[in-house]
Design a protein around this ligand. Structure first.
Ligand code: GDP
Ligand code: GDP
Length: 438
């Protein structure tokens, strides 16, 4: 089930960070951590009642001149329109209604995205409510009063937000067409790849506000099978500001990874694998998606018979948390190995949802245990009673043991490798849960 994505948009100082932090609690993922740059939160997991969603931060705004604020707010709103299922438009009861609020509200209204108008800094309902009504003038619905710093009004606000989430069961589940997200740094060749795979004319490029969510996904038929490429319109949007561009590519990655079964991580062969690639790849890994690494622009580098191996070694080293990822060396420009991509997508999807019968699984685990004794601590040895697969996407295993603390990370790794040797699972992460059974 895809996690819905919620974005917060608003002027500087209305309380976006405060709201974000209050909702996210401890679960904030700081993606960007460049020395000298403020640690920037990009996204966080939020749980509210039975709902889980991903909250993205569309970026800070430098409170410079008025013109810059408005243009940056527009960029921020555009990111939200491209990526979010629901947008929280945050305004400030103390600053009151501002001209730029109205302009951004117009833009959000035209997008036809669900927008919840939230009025912050209503620290006292008795005192401040009269000032809240002014925001009806924005024409985007009933203002919801909150106080981010005192955590007031969150229940009503989140009730409204989750109202717009797709039904958790029902039609969406039945569409099992593979969904593919293409992520990577700016200029790595994402839109070129999509154009090539989908056929130039089928990519719906839409800079027109008012296009619905569905229009940004592109359905393609290849070899009598359907595939959906996610967020293809967003790929075309290029920000002018370099920092924004980088951030945008990460925010986009978070949002599209949520909806994907398979994630194609593109790396530029001419630049090699970078830290930013690792951050983007980490998002896909964390979410347990099928992973294909495509090293693009293979045409553009000098090669000998060792080049491919050298690239692979470097990639495996920097992306050491995903040794299972499939790697393809491609050139969108020359078309080299593009046919392999669909084949790999099919294989990775199959592996990501593969189920292993408990009997064979335990045979493999017993063999592994016989070959390499489990760890001990102060004379006490780890005993593995039983292993069973409890979920797919990603394949998730529960290992029942005598004492949890005896299970070392390295031994889990060892068992994972034996399971991979036996069953494959290329392109997907595996999850292990250790439980005690006394
Ligand atoms: P951002 O620029 O939109 O991210 O705004 P911040 O979250 O940094 O908040 C700007 C200022 O407003 C800070 O000084 C916050 O402490 C303050 N603030 C945030 N929420 C509230 C609130 O609910 N009530 C009051 N009185 N102040 C708040
Ligand atoms: P995006 O920002 O990731 O969507 O990247 P684009 O698809 O816009 O491509 C960025 C630039 O890289 C463009 O100038 C492309 O023509 C170029 N490019 C894309 N794929 C290849 C490739 O396989 N080889 C070479 N030499 N250039 C490529």
């Amino acid at each position: 089930m895809a996690r819905p994505v919620v974005a917060i948009v608003g002027r500087p100082n209305v309380g976006k960070s405060t709201l974000f932090n209050a909702l996210a609690g401890e679960r904030i993922s700081i993606v960007k951590d460049t020395p000298g740059v403020t640690r920037d939160r990009i996204y966080a997991d939020v749980s509210w009642l039975n709902y889980d969603f991903t909250m993205i931060d569309t970026g800070g705004i430098e409170p410079d001149s008025k013109d810059i604020i408005l243009s940056q707010m527009r960029e921020q709103a555009q990111i939200a329109i491209d990526t979010a299922d629901v947008i929280i438009f945050l305004v400030d009861v103390k600053q009151g209604l501002q001209d730029s609020d109205s302009k951004v509200a117009d833009m959000l209204r035209r997008s036809h995205k669900p927008v919840i108008l939230v009025v912050n800094k209503v620290d006292s309902f008795e005192r401040d409510m009269a000032d809240v009504y002014e925001f009806y003038n924005l024409g985007i619905g009933d203002p919801v009063p909150v106080s981010a710093s005192s955590r007031l009004g969150f229940g009503d606000m989140l009730d409204k937000v989750v109202e717009y989430f797709p039904e958790q069961s029902g039609e969406e589940e039945e569409d099992d067409t593979p969904k593919i997200a293409v992520i990577g740094k700016p200029n790595v060749g994402k839109s070129s790849l999509i154009n090539k795979l989908c056929g130039e004319e089928r990519v719906i490029v839409s800079d027109i506000a008012g296009t619905t969510r569905d229009a940004v996904d592109t359905r393609v038929r290849y070899n009598h099978k359907d595939y959906i490429f996610i967020d293809t319109a967003g790929l075309r949007r290029k920000s002018k500001i370099k920092e924004d561009l980088e951030r945008y590519s990460i925010v986009r990655a978070v949002a599209s990874v949520e909806k994907a079964d398979v994630v194609i991580i593109m790396i530029d062969a001419t630049e090699g694998v970078t830290e930013q690639d690792a951050k983007i790849a980490g998002i896909a890994h964390e979410r347990g998606k099928g992973i294909i690494i495509c090293v693009n622009k293979w045409d553009a580098i000098e090669k000998n018979d060792k080049t491919m191996k050298e690239h692979e070694t470097k990639i495996r080293q920097i992306l050491s948390f995903m040794p299972y990822a499939s790697i393809l060396f491609i050139s969108v420009k020359s078309g080299q190995r593009l046919g392999k991509i669909y084949e790999t997508i099919d294989a990775v999807i199959e592996n990501n949802s593969m189920r292993i019968a408990t009997g064979v699984l335990n045979e493999i685990v017993s063999e592994a245990v016989a070959l390499q004794q489990p760890p001990t601590d102060k004379g006490k040895r780890l005993k593995i009673f039983y292993t069973t697969q409890v979920a797919v996407k990603p394949p998730t295993f529960v290992i029942f043991v005598n004492e949890k603390y005896l299970m070392h990370f390295s031994y889990v790794r060892y068992l994972e490798n034996r399971i991979r040797d036996a069953f494959g699972f290329e392109g997907t992460s595996l999850k292990f849960i250790i439980r005690e059974r006394k």
